[in-house]
Design a protein around this ligand. Structure first.
Ligand code: ARG
Length: 468
């Protein structure tokens, strides 16, 4: 055996080599090569466990450590790279190590581990590192949302339900409403880490190792908090990958919800925002165009992230214990999720950071669509009118306004009184956007002091997470 063939890790009991077709189907090195540095880190930890259990002498441990460091250098510089004949990252790196250490010493490293526990470990290490990058990017976006909210503090805009004008809100309140879901996504990520930070190393192929190697040593070397409790579960389960993918999808969905609004806000009909030139695109045929491509891509990528998740879930469904080769299909979708978020988040954050809000227009539209009608009804309740009647009186007022093309505050006193004797001129106190917003001062409301509190809480969250 040449040592570089696709069956080099398992070929000895086979008479012939694998068919071309099998090799082509089976090969994963073109995507699992991104796990190379984790595989080497795993081997560095594993040889310590082999040494501790007496399978490597101290000089052998030292030599192998040097050789693995040399291999790491060659991988990083590109001097060593996988060949088409390498089946996967594990086989390629064993070939690389043997090139440096020779077959005798290099061939000792594989004792006491299986690609099944290796791969279960490597994917966790990779996702833990990736989650750090994604978390930092999400924190950037939350920080930018806080900045923008502070910058436009006090600006009112139409708040909507069913996409119809409902009640005026502060623009800052609206922006913060897009920050909180991201905070929860990061909290989910932090919780996920507790489960991801357990090392499957030592599970072997499925039943554990006979060599008396210490999995806790390997786990500690690799920065895990502990070891998994069941070798079959450790090698067969990918819920840690699925959960990461779910959180990635939710981040994508949360960006997409905001993206949809930005697309609408940037239209001529809405004209709530202008996109910065650096974060929008033109048209090859229509010179006047300025397109919200980042927001549209965010919306599109959310679909892709959901696809990554559902593909993985479908792969996992119905797999008997323990390892099955189907599990190789976990990697491409979750790698895609990581790549997608890492390229999307900075662009999205840049777009939000550079949006110009049309403050005058937002303020002007805030009271339109009878958005102060609830304030009228609640004012009536404060005058001890039962809400049922208050709702009806306000409804009549709104239809009077519609019929006469008036806004609520434009109705003359006499007409107010004609609609209901409860509608005294004092009702005008609440017929202002400012008054309406100020009065929504309960916890979580849009009143300015409440929004300032939210921003302060979010800023503390960002600082705390960045400190971790
Ligand atoms: N490439 C495989 C995967 O990604 C690694 C484990 C292969 N194990 C095996 N016994 N064929 O899952």
């Amino acid at each position: 055996m040449s040592g570089s063939g696709s069956n080099s890790l398992w070929g000895s009991r086979f008479e012939g080599g694998p068919s071309e077709a099998l090799a082509a189907l089976s090969r994963s090195v073109h995507f699992d090569w991104r796990l190379a540095s984790y595989d080497i880190a795993g081997s560095l930890a594993h040889i310590k466990a082999l040494h501790q259990a007496g399978y490597l002498t101290t000089p052998e441990l030292e030599a192998l450590t040097r050789h693995l460091e040399e291999l790491r250098k060659r991988v990083e510089s590109g001097q060593f790279s996988p060949k088409p004949s390498d089946e996967d990252v594990h086989g390629a790196l064993e070939r690389g190590l043997i090139e440096i250490a020779g077959p005798e010493l290099g061939g000792k490293v594989r004792a006491g581990r299986s690609r099944n526990d290796q791969i279960a470990n490597l994917i966790r290490m990779y996702l833990l590192d990736s989650s750090d990058v994604i978390e930092a990017q999400v924190l950037d976006l939350i920080r930018v949302l806080c900045d923008r909210a502070e910058e436009h503090m006090g600006v009112a805009m139409p708040g909507r339900t069913h996409f119809q004008h409902a009640q005026p809100v502060l623009l800052s309140h609206h922006l913060m409403a897009h920050a909180w879901p991201l905070v929860r996504d990061l909290e989910r990520m932090a919780d996920w880490r507790k489960r991801a930070k357990l090392s499957p190393y030592g599970a072997g192929a499925l039943a554990g190792s006979t060599l008396g190697l210490d999995p806790a040593l390997v786990a500690a070397e690799l920065g895990f908090d502990g070891v998994t409790q069941n070798s079959m579960d450790a090698t067969a389960s990918r819920d840690v990958v699925a959960e990461f993918s779910f959180i990635s999808s939710l981040i994508g969905i949360n960006l997409s919800r905001f993206a949809e609004e930005i697309i609408i806000w940037a239209s001529a009909e809405f004209d709530y925002v202008k996109l910065d030139d650096a974060f929008s695109t033109g048209s090859s045929i229509m010179p006047q165009k300025k397109n919200p491509d980042i927001a549209e891509l965010a919306r599109g990528k959310a679909g892709r992230l959901i696809g990554d998740l559902t593909g993985l879930l479908a792969t996992l469904k119905g797999l008997p214990l323990s390892y099955n080769r189907d599990l190789q299909e976990d990697k491409e979708p979750v790698f895609d999720a990581v790549d997608t978020l890492i390229v999307l988040l900075p662009a999205f954050t840049g777009m939000v950071a550079t949006l110009t809000f049309n403050r005058n227009r937002l303020e002007r539209l805030a009271p339109e669509g009878f958005s102060l009608a609830t304030d009228v009804a609640e004012w009536l309740v404060k005058q001890r009118v039962p809400f049922r009647d208050a709702h009806e009186i306000t409804g009549k007022l709104v239809s009077f306004c519609e019929a006469n093309e008036l806004e609520l505050h434009q109705v003359p006193d006499a007409d107010l009184a004609a609609i209901s004797n409860k509608l005294t001129p004092e009702v005008r106190q609440v017929l202002s956007v400012d008054g309406s917003i100020r009065s929504r001062s309960g916890a979580g409301g849009t009143a300015l002091p409440r929004v300032l509190e939210q921003i302060a809480t979010l800023r503390k969250f960002v600082i705390r997470r960045e400190g971790v």
